[in-house]
Design a binder for this molecule. Structure first.
Ligand SMILES: C[S@@+](CC[C@H](N)C(=O)[O-])C[C@H]1O[C@@H](n2cnc3c(N)ncnc32)[C@H](O)[C@@H]1O
Length: 261
């Protein structure tokens, strides 16, 4: 699949999830809040929420900063955000790889659980650094390799198809964000284990988040019923004595500064 049609697929998948997103977004809420201690105290800043989704965090940013822009590739996400969030926010429908913003015009870029969709990541980082002012900050969370390992391992026992997205390793993420123009000031890695009543609950949450778009997988509808049942049987190996099913998300968060040249 070329990168253009892949972007369209991501936009459609997230768009379809826009109305259910806020109730499924346990992970997003946790990770977005995780970034709050890194937010600068100055309020006279231009701030970009990159991949703003339903605008939950854009709203929080707008309560702290003078000029806030929420940018997303999904029309439906933006429509939801426009209807539910602070009226002072500027909403832009655009692709992170081609930001319709002037060079060196933004003080802070906040991005919660978005850059795992960026391919190639270094190209998107170059665009982020283009619009940041020298001394400006890029604060983000993303998912690392090992995320949804239980689901991946369970599917691997059924067939050779790819059912779960691949995520970058910690080193690959660090390499992409550390450039001649940028330095990583701080970072954290944290495993978050969410609990599910059953595997269907996990699948619904991933769908509700728009996170069920697997790169390179053609839309063939749901995997066959038998395969699905076999996978859920394999997932039972992870079931805890309390009856819940765990799913692990490996969170990487960092604070990056654009260096003065
Ligand atoms: C998991 S959601 C996170 C939304 C929001 N940041 C939050 O914390 O609730 C990822 C968002 O990134 C957007 N997105 C994915 N690829 C994008 C791209 N290339 N350019 C702009 N937005 C993108 C999706 O449309 C989706 O709204």
């Amino acid at each position: 699949m070329d990168s253009g049609s892949n972007l369209l697929k991501i936009a459609r998948t997230f768009g379809a999830a826009s109305s259910s997103y806020d109730v499924s977004a346990r992970l997003q809420r946790y990770s977005g809040k995780h970034l709050m201690p890194w937010l600068p105290n100055r309020n006279d800043m231009t701030v970009l929420d990159l991949g703003s989704g339903t605008g939950f965090f854009t709203d929080i940013l707008a309560s702290r900063y003078q000029h806030v822009i929420g940018l997303d590739i999904s029309t439906q996400m933006l429509n939801y955000a426009k209807a539910h969030r602070n009226k002072n926010i500027d909403w832009i429908e655009a692709d992170a790889f081609n930001l319709p913003l002037q060079s060196e015009s933004v003080d802070l870029i906040y991005s919660n659980l978005v850059i795992q969709w960026f391919d190639p990541l270094d190209k998107a980082i170059a665009e982020i650094l283009r619009v940041l002012k020298p001394g400006g900050l890029f604060i983000f969370t993303t998912l690392m390799d090992g995320t949804l390992e239980e689901l991946k391992t369970s599917w691997a026992q059924v067939d050779d198809e790819k059912h779960v997205n691949d995520f970058k390793t910690e080193q690959e993420i660090k390499d992409a964000i550390t450039t001649s123009q940028s330095t990583m000031l701080d970072h954290h890695c944290k495993d978050i284990v969410l609990e599910y009543e059953n595997v269907l609950h996990l699948a619904h949450e991933l769908k509700g988040l728009g996170a069920n778009s697997v790169k390179g997988k053609q839309s063939k509808g749901l995997a066959g019923k038998q395969k699905w049942q076999k996978m859920t049987q394999c997932y039972e190996n992870y079931q805890e004595p309390s009856g819940i099913y765990p799913a692990t998300y490996r969170l990487f968060s960092a604070q990056v500064v654009k260096v003065h040249e």
